[in-house]
Design a protein around this ligand. Structure first.
Ligand SMILES: [Zn+2]
Length: 383
């Protein structure tokens, strides 16, 4: 009978934290997990996504139901490492908290999913159904890994999906989409003493951005769970020197979308407005650099109900049900699933802690979620 001890759980998490899986180095995590699975006779497949990036998929059991469990292997940069109290890539315990880059977002959740699968397999506890583990690459930078899994059909037969992103006291069953646009305005340079000889690239771009900002952020469509769409211009670069009329200006925009005002409609609006400006003497081009649709499910499923009661049992407090403004891999994984599809994001850690300096996860929650995940799979696959 395999039962991971607390020490083993901490050691494995510590190994994962020591791997700097900041952009493009997820393969180290994938190889480690592949070997760990192999120690317990679980086959897994490394799926190349780009030259350097990979996903990892492993499966136990057979037949229905097919439960999809997912987490990303990448972490965001540690930022200024001097701002950290302890080394971001050394798991460090202080006052019941486990510090390190990726403890919260989301290696604690990822390790739990792996260890639960191993115990279920090793102890023959899964009497029914399939559990498919899908570890992704590049979640923090556009979701290339989850897109690949969706395209290769790994979600086709999945009947339940949960993503172990940090949200310890709340089950997220819907979230906004995320759309990145890059807008380039081209003009003609001239000396600023004779601006009429050139065409200023900044001016029309500012007008264009402000017009869209007013239009999008004042749109009155509201999703009951997710609220309104929001748009922010987040980057603006232009000009070479103070006495030259700029020939080029580039802005980048992030839009958080809702089903009622979705990515396609926003893209069409940006392009149509650009055409209007271009007809009037400007030259504005729009590129879509990332497009993750919103995820909207009803949250009404036996899985969510079970997660609520099992969560309460192991955490000792009531679990909320909510929508979230942040996007996850579910944007890609659930591309063709309907509103009734049982989906949740639920994992150890606090949503607000993601991407922060001195990131931590509470040790108790890390352990509790192992029990939650295991009980949940056993309940869902019970005949
Ligand atoms: Zn995350």
């Amino acid at each position: 009978m395999k039962q991971f001890t607390d020490e083993e759980k901490l050691n494995i998490l510590s190994d994962l934290i020591s791997m700097k899986s900041v952009n493009e180095n997820e393969i180290e995590v994938a190889n480690y997990l592949k070997n760990l699975f192999l120690d317990y006779d679980i086959d897994s497949t490394i799926i190349p996504v780009t030259d350097t990036r990979v996903n990892l998929v492993a499966e136990i059991g057979s037949g229905h139901p097919v439960i999809g469990i997912s987490g990303h292997m990448d972490v965001v940069s540690a930022g200024d490492e001097n701002e950290w109290v302890s080394d971001p890539f050394t798991l460090t315990e202080r006052n019941g908290k486990l510090y390190g880059r990726g403890t919260n977002d989301m290696k604690a959740g990822l390790v739990n999913l792996v260890l639960v699968m191993i115990e279920l397999k090793e102890n023959n506890e899964l009497i029914n159904g399939t559990v498919r583990f899908m570890a992704t690459t590049g979640e923090e930078v556009g979701g290339a890994g989850s897109k690949k899994l969706y395209e290769e059909g790994y979600m086709a037969d999945v009947e339940y999906l949960w993503v172990a992103e940090p949200s310890h006291d709340t089950i997220i069953y819907s979230h906004k989409g995320s759309l990145n646009l890059k807008v380039t305005s081209k003009g003609e340079s001239a000396h600023s003493s004779m601006p009429h000889l050139g065409r200023n690239a900044i001016n029309p771009l500012m007008a264009y951005l402000l017009e869209l900002d007013r239009k999008l952020n004042n749109d009155d469509r509201v999703n009951d769970v997710l609220g309104q769409l929001v748009m922010s211009t987040t980057l603006f670069n232009a000009g070479n020197q103070v006495n030259s009329v700029p020939e080029k200006a580039i802005a980048e925009i992030n839009v958080r979308t809702i089903p009622e005002f979705d990515n396609d409609e926003v893209i069409a609006l940006f392009k149509k407005t650009a055409e209007t400006y271009s007809k009037n003497g400007a030259q504005i081009d729009v590129d879509v650099t990332m497009s993750l649709p919103s995820v909207f499910t009803s949250g009404k499923s036996n899985m969510v109900n079970l997660a609520k009661s099992i969560g309460r049992k192991h955490l000792g407090f009531d679990i909320d049900l909510k929508g979230s403004p942040g996007a996850t891999d579910a944007s890609n994984l659930l591309r063709d699933k309907g509103v009734d599809f049982p989906f949740m994001m639920f994992g150890p850690g606090e949503t607000k802690m993601a991407h922060k300096t001195n990131e931590y996860v509470y040790k108790d929650y890390y352990f509790a979620f192992f029990d939650i995940y295991k009980d949940l799979i056993l309940e869902l696959t019970r005949k």
